[in-house]
Design a protein around this ligand. Sequence first.
Ligand code: CA
Length: 251
Amino acid sequence: MVETVRQSKSGEKLGVSTLRESILIIEDEPDIRELMEYNLVREGYRVLQADDGEEGMALCKEKAPDLVILDLMLPGVDGIEICRRFKSDPVTQSIPVIMVTAKSEEADVVLGLSMGADDYVTKPFGPKALVARVRAVLRRGPLKEDRKGGDRVVRAGVVIDRSRHEVTIDDEPITFTPTELRLLHFLASHPGRVFTRDHLLSRAIGEHAVVIDRNIDVHIRSIRQKLGLKYRALVETVRGVGYKFKDLAKR
Ligand code: CA
């Protein structure tokens, strides 16, 4: 176990608010771990490291990091199983997990997301892309369960009001079916976050789903049509994985 804390002592004395978030890297390849560590520490994050899943799990429970970067290809217990354990343990389940996968393993991405992973990066990745992903996931915060109550989400010129069952696009009301509205509201509530079709079915449509509602692609197509040329690109297809709402805050 290697712990890297390059944080000034004075910073710690000033209290928690001045400390940057801590990131736990679970990765068996030392070179990759080192590269990640170097770039995260440079950004001011505190870094913890584990080279297998069991150790990572223990470290996570002990240190409660703000985020976990989890390589899926690990010796012993693999990353998917570790992700499942993280997300089913009340102590660790709210800690966001970014999976690291090989580019060719789209099936792993889908599986990992269905186990509750929050995002993923594919190898090989650039340091900047990793840091950006970490920043975005930390900013996003925990996944909000779909609530019964109506909240209002505003994204660019699109306003989605669940309680009033209204969508306006550049101030013009557009008619959405209840399923489309739920789906759009859910996606827009989590910009930048990738959801699999299964995810969207269970989380966004949920118990409301009737057989005819189960084809997510059909709803997405219709939603895009209604968003029109100006806004249809807000709902992005993630090839082989699912859908996400464009993260407008991303630089
Ligand atoms: Ca590995």
